[in-house]
Write a new protein. Structure first.
Length: 138
């Protein structure tokens, strides 16, 4: 019985990529880049696009994780069911990360070369500043 509990607890931690971690990522100050009105509108549109994507996939990931936690403890759940659900979670997480990068690249494409240099400086200063890890968003 204790081995089953250890396996279940380990599995739950495995499906929670943020367990025991914070995420160390820069928060970009887009307005600090001196955006034009057209650039601001483009950034705002992309932010709204991201919110829609994140709400859709994020909710599905959360629901599937909760379902996985539930079915891991059920005695009649098959290995195939568990693997399928875990596979769906990983696929959605990969898609979410891909979409996050695509949105960032679309925003970056709106910038002038000088603004891209300022963006690079923001990243460099963030890394050099040794900021503490932020709470995990996943």
């Amino acid at each position: 019985m204790s081995k089953i509990i250890v396996v279940l607890v380990s599995a739950v931690f495995f499906i929670s990529p943020c367990f025991g971690k914070g995420v160390n990522y820069p928060v970009i100050n887009w307005q600090g880049l001196g955006l034009s009105r057209n650039q601001q509108a483009g950034i705002s549109e992309l932010d709204n696009k991201w919110k829609r994507i994140n709400n859709n996939l994020g909710t599905r990931i959360t629901n599937n994780k909760n379902n996985l936690r539930f079915i891991l403890a059920r005695p009649y759940t098959t290995d195939k069911q568990i693997r399928k659900l875990q596979s769906n979670i990983l696929k959605d997480q990969k898609t979410l990360r891909y979409q996050a990068m695509e949105i960032f690249l679309e925003k970056r494409a709106l910038l002038t070369p000088g603004q891209k240099e300022m963006l690079h400086k923001q990243f460099y200063e963030y890394k050099a500043g040794g900021q503490e890890k932020l709470p995990c968003r996943f």
